[in-house]
Write a protein that binds this ligand. Sequence first.
Ligand SMILES: *[C@@H]1O[C@H](CO)[C@@H](O)[C@H](O)[C@H]1NC(C)=O
Length: 427
Amino acid sequence: MNSHLLVRHSSDRLWDYELYKSRAEIHAYLAPEQKPSRGHMTCSLSLGRIVFHKGRRSNPNTIVAGTLRGLRCEMAIGGQSTNLSTKVIIAIALFFACQLLLLWSNFEDLDEKKASVEAAVARLERRKDVLQKKIMDLERESYRINKTLLRSEILLKDRLPLLKNSRDLPPIFFITPTHYRPAQKADLTRLAQTLKSVPNLVWIVVEDADRVSEGVAAVIKSSGLQYGHLHAQTPSHLKLNASDPNWKVPRGVMQRNQALSWIRTNFAASTRGVVYFGDDDNTYDWRLFNEMRSIRNVGVWPVGIVGGQLVETPLVSAENGSVIGFSAKWKPDRPFPIDMAAFAVNVSLLHSHPKTEFSYDVPRGYQESTFLVGLNLARFDLEPKAVNCTRVYVWHTRTENPKLIASDRRRFQLQKDLTEVERHSVL
Ligand SMILES: *[C@@H]1O[C@H](CO)[C@@H](O)[C@H](O)[C@H]1NC(C)=O
């Protein structure tokens, strides 16, 4: 579209304008003195705002107005606004530049941050290593402590029943006849060390001799137990000769009786406690002593390796837990076919039967039966111990009579010309 617009200037001069479609171009013919210098002219039409390019500077107060096809048109020859688009572009460019700069600085910041994070990670890794080592150390330590604890618990569990109220436990009067022989010291030492850990046990050692010996006294004292150290010599006509079988005459009769009378005298007021005959060469499990403390009258239990059998035991009824027989094959008709190591009696029975004791004047193998019958006991009085007589806590072991060369045997018998170490071995 090509048309002319006549615009009236304040000085009534006219200029031609051309208008192309929505974009108008104004060719202003200004007199030199009226030239509003170079600049933009804007034309405000009711249709919209049209920008006219006319140089770089303009007089902002110059208004031109006219009619374009009946439309009123006013034109302001604009001032600084002429640079607006450039400025907008520059501003936008600046804005983006700033953003870019910001972004860039952020990138730089990120690099720095990355480095510091990496350092922190390295620090944490090192710390993790240290802590892991610490954990391993602690685990090892905990394992060690647990092991020690377990050991202590086991120890404690074993000892607790022995220690608990040991003063209140009924005493055990443990009667041991003993006679002079090369293995005596060895046997007594073993027994002393078995009895040592048994609480509230009174060890009554009766030597078959005309006086007590220093060697036996030393062994008894080494046990740390309460004790009675006695002697009672068997008359020579009742003594076994070296060639006699050991069943020819009963052994320990006088010694046991001596011990019984010592208990009756020294523990006359005792109503609690049990009396047990424990030879010096038998083998004892300390659990035997726990079993015997609860005896009311007479307790019985199996004895290992005796009478030609692996074990001799009372037979216990599965129905009511009472003793209904015995497994002994040797002289089963005895009232109590049991070994001396197979029973213990309550000490009060000694006081209520002050005359009851052992005797040479009984058939072979009847020592135990005669003694128990003398205490007025019957089979139904027997209290089975050791889990209804299913456990063996004592063995009738025997120490072999050692074969000595003649000169050693003679020097031992006479206790003469023994070296220091020989004396320490047997005296
Ligand atoms: C012994 O046997 C009797 C009868 O079978 C039973 O009642 C009792 O609990 C048993 N005792 C032991 C210590 O096992």
